[in-house]
Design a protein around this ligand. Sequence first.
Ligand code: GLN
Length: 191
Amino acid sequence: QKKIGVLAVQGAFAEHIRVLQKLDVHCIEIRKKADLESSSLNGLVLPGGESTVMGKLLRELELFDPIKKQIDDGLPVLGTCAGLILLAEEIAEYDTVHLGNMHIMARRNAYGRQSGSFQTEQKFAQCGKIPMVFIRAPYIESVDTHVEILAKVNHHIVAARQENIVVTSFHPELTDDLTVHKYFLNIVHQK
Ligand code: GLN
């Protein structure tokens, strides 16, 4: 059974765990450095929430460096919404960068702060249409040439992959559709 860590310091981690348990993986809540060290993970999920708060907690809890390094070393990671922002090498109109492993530019609150929540259906990778829930979501403004675009909504990139890193600006953990998590677990199983 594969071991998937879910960053559990803030945000929608419980929902990811609920989905992953349906897919028969062993979930480990990552709240402190020891949680990372005590288990050799096969994958990691960075959930949605508030990227500023999560970025701050990552640093305070000394999770920042080990997580950044493990991702650079090839650990499969799924970042959703705020998780996408944490992974972006650049954040439009912000000087802050968090983990920054992925060669994309993210735009925070790209659909507006208040009324920026909506649901739609669109194609994801080769998997056909899936439901997509957006909550004060970012989108991806630009990607490097080696980044694969997995989904677009209204011409904006909302999901992408760079080798071991998969990001979505929507919340796949808030619907019953398992496509995105299955796609991620495929990468985990190929490692
Ligand atoms: N707007 C949030 C941020 O910038 C992300 C929202 C979410 O994760 N649902 O961190």
